[in-house]
Design a protein around this ligand. Structure first.
Ligand SMILES: NC(=O)c1ccc[n+]([C@@H]2O[C@H](COP(=O)([O-])OP(=O)(O)OC[C@H]3O[C@@H](n4cnc5c(N)ncnc54)[C@H](OP(=O)(O)O)[C@@H]3O)[C@@H](O)[C@H]2O)c1
Length: 279
C-alpha cells in the first residue's frame, strides 16, 4: 500500500505522515514549509501539477490534509479560501480517479457550522471527496491536540507548547465547549479503515466529553508545572458536538478525554522521538 500525504508539513499532516510511515510506504508534499527533505513540492491550487505529481507517485491512497484551517483567514479571504479548500479538492479527486486511487479527506467538525466561509468550505469539499470513484473516507476531527513533528504552525496544541517552552503566560477561555480530538487517533482510524478495507464512510473522530480550552490546557500543562489561568471570553461559537457511535459501530479505536490527556502527557515526555529527521 503506497500512501501520498498532501500537506505533510501541516500540524496534522506531519503527524499522519510520521505515524503511517512506520507501516506503509508514504510519500508527502509541502507547499511553503519543507519540514523534511523527503517531501515533494506541490501547490494544490495548480491543477496541472496536481495531476502530474499524483500520476507520477501513483499512490493507492491519498490523505488530503492541505487546507487552510484558520477560520478568520478564510473569512477575510473568501476567494483564496474557496480555491484552496474547495476547488483544489476537485483537482485531487480528478487526479485520483485517473489512477484509481482512494482518498482520505481531513475535514472538520466545522463542516457542521456552515455559517462561516471555513465551515462551508469543509462541507463543500466533503461533497467533492465523496465523488472519488475508487473509494473515500472523510474524517471529521474537532479541536485537535497532541504532538506533531510540526511544532511551529500556529495551531492550538503548538500554543500549549509555547506556554511550556517559552513560558508564555497560559490564559485560556472557559466559555466555549467542544469535543477533543487526539491527533494520533486520526492515523489510527486511517490505518483501521485500510485494514478493514472500509471506505465510503464519514467518521467523526473525537472524545465524547465536552471541554473548554481552559480544561484542555490545564489538564495537559499542570503535570509539567505550568499554571493555567481561566478567562471567560464569552465566546459564542456554536457548540460543535457529534455522537461518536460511528467509531464504535465500525469497530475503530475510541478514546475518552482522560485517555487522550494521558497519551499527550506521555507524548510530551518523549517529544524528541517526533523530530523531523525521522520523516
Ligand atoms: N488543527 C486543528 O485543530 C484542526 C481541527 C479540525 C480540522 N483540521 C483540518 O486538518 C487539516 C490540517 O490542518 P492543520 O491544523 O494541520 O493546519 P496547518 O498546520 O495550518 O497546515 C496547513 C497546510 O496546508 C498547506 N497548504 C497551504 N496552501 C497550500 C497550497 N497552495 N498547496 C498545497 N498545500 C498548501 C500547508 O503547506 P505548507 O505549510 O508547506 O505551506 C500546510 O501543510 C485541515 O484540513 C484542517 O481543516 C484541523
Amino acid at each position: 500500500m503506497k500512501i501520498l500525504v498532501l500537506g505533510a508539513s501541516s500540524y496534522v499532516g506531519a503527524r499522519i505522515y510520521f505515524d503511517l510511515q512506520k507501516k506503509y510506504e508514504v510519500v508527502g508534499t509541502y507547499a511553503n514549509n519543507r519540514l523534511s527533505e523527503k517531501l515533494h513540492h506541490l501547490d494544490i491550487t495548480d491543477r496541472q501539477k496536481v495531476s502530474e505529481l499524483i500520476s507520477e507517485v501513483k499512490p493507492d491512497l491519498i490523505v488530503h490534509s492541505a487546507n487552510n484551517a484558520n477560520a478568520r483567514w478564510c473569512e477575510a479571504n473568501p476567494e483564496a479560501a474557496e480555491l484552496l479548500n474547495v476547488t483544489s479538492t476537485g483537482y485531487i479527486v480528478e487526479a485520483a480517479d485517473a489512477i484509481n486511487a482512494k482518498l482520505v479527506y481531513i475535514s472538520s467538525f466545522a463542516a457542521m457550522n456552515v455559517g462561516n466561509v471555513y465551515g462551508r468550505s469543509k462541507l463543500q469539499s466533503e461533497n467533492i471527496a465523496k465523488k472519488t470513484k475508487a473509494g473515500w473516507i472523510i474524517l471529521r476531527p474537532s479541536y485537535i491536540v497532541g504532538f506533531s513533528p510540526n511544532t511551529t504552525n500556529d495551531r492550538p496544541f503548538n500554543r500549549l507548547l509555547r506556554n511550556l517552552d517559552d513560558h508564555v503566560k497560559a490564559e485560556y477561555d472557559t466559555s466555549w465547549k467542544f469535543q477533543v480530538t487526539w491527533v494520533g487517533h486520526l492515523s489510527e482510524v486511517i490505518d483501521g479503515c485500510i485494514e478493514k478495507n472500509m471506505y465510503k464512510k464519514l467518521i467523526p473522530v473525537a472524545a465524547q466529553e465536552l471541554k473548554s480550552r481552559f480544561d484542555v490546557a490545564h489538564d495537559i500543562l499542570t503535570p509539567f508545572g505550568v499554571t493555567v489561568y481561566p478567562v471567560d471570553k464569552k465566546d459564542n461559537l456554536p457548540v460543535t458536538k457529534d455522537d461518536l457511535f460511528k467509531l464504535k459501530t465500525l469497530e475503530l479505536p475510541v478514546y475518552s478525554y482522560k485517555e487522550i490527556v494521558d497519551k499527550i502527557i506521555a507524548e510530551i515526555k518523549v517529544r524528541n522521538t517526533f523530530t523531523i529527521s525521522r520523516i
